[in-house]
Design a protein around this ligand. Sequence first.
Ligand code: HPA
Length: 272
Amino acid sequence: MDINKIKQASTVIAEQIETRPTVGLILGSGLGVLADEIEQPVKIKYADIPGFPVSTVEGHAGQLVIGNLQGVTVLAMQGRFHYYEGYQLDEVTFPVRVMKDLGIETVVVTNAAGSVNRSFEPGDLMLITDHINNVGSNPLTGPNNKDLGVRFPDMSTAYTPALQDLARDAAKKFDISLKEGVYVWNSGPSYETPAEIRMLQTMGGDAVGMSTVPEVIVARHADMDVVGISCITNMAAGILDQPLSHDEVIETTEQAREKFLLFVKEIVARLN
Ligand code: HPA
């Protein structure tokens, strides 16, 4: 990863804002509405940032929104890049490098996910306590730039334990019955087969989705703190006798929207 490319992007962003953000928000499918709550927003289209890929998937706006949320200066990605769109993993994770270069030390990652765990329900929020990279690719593959991080980053606490506690407390404030579990990253874009979901259950997965893990690996490589929240949008394939659809995923995130907004805003407030 070329540091100059990162610097070019962060310089363009820094020129347009007065206060440096301290928290980065990566907003998943249907969850980009959180960025609409940011006060005095500076919006920068991905297409206007050198080095940024441009997002294509439905339900993703493709811009950074920088401003004040709950008294914290945040930089939100309204729309993220997915491996299944054809981006390389260094492109998928480029915004995380730029966040670090801007001085951000904490990343809040969110996603829509299918439930592998039979005891969860669509509309539940799940605190990600750990993950499984089920794709077989890693964003850190290739020469390591030691100015960005170590060659072999430790992933024992990929999701910062103190921030997990912070999230648990935040959920209590609103009586949210927060689920917890292991997020499995699959490349997509096809959803899983029932046999694959049975495999993920055996492997110890609780939720499955097509994002997040590359960004978290890079954030940890950059020694940033991470807190991750999945919005459970559907039971994974084969658990219920019904097909999966992207429409269902978007519909459920809409239903869970109020709870999700309250919860993530409370997490951000507590990061102050
Ligand atoms: N599988 C993979 N990705 C997903 C799912 C799913 O069931 N739901 C939302 N994103």
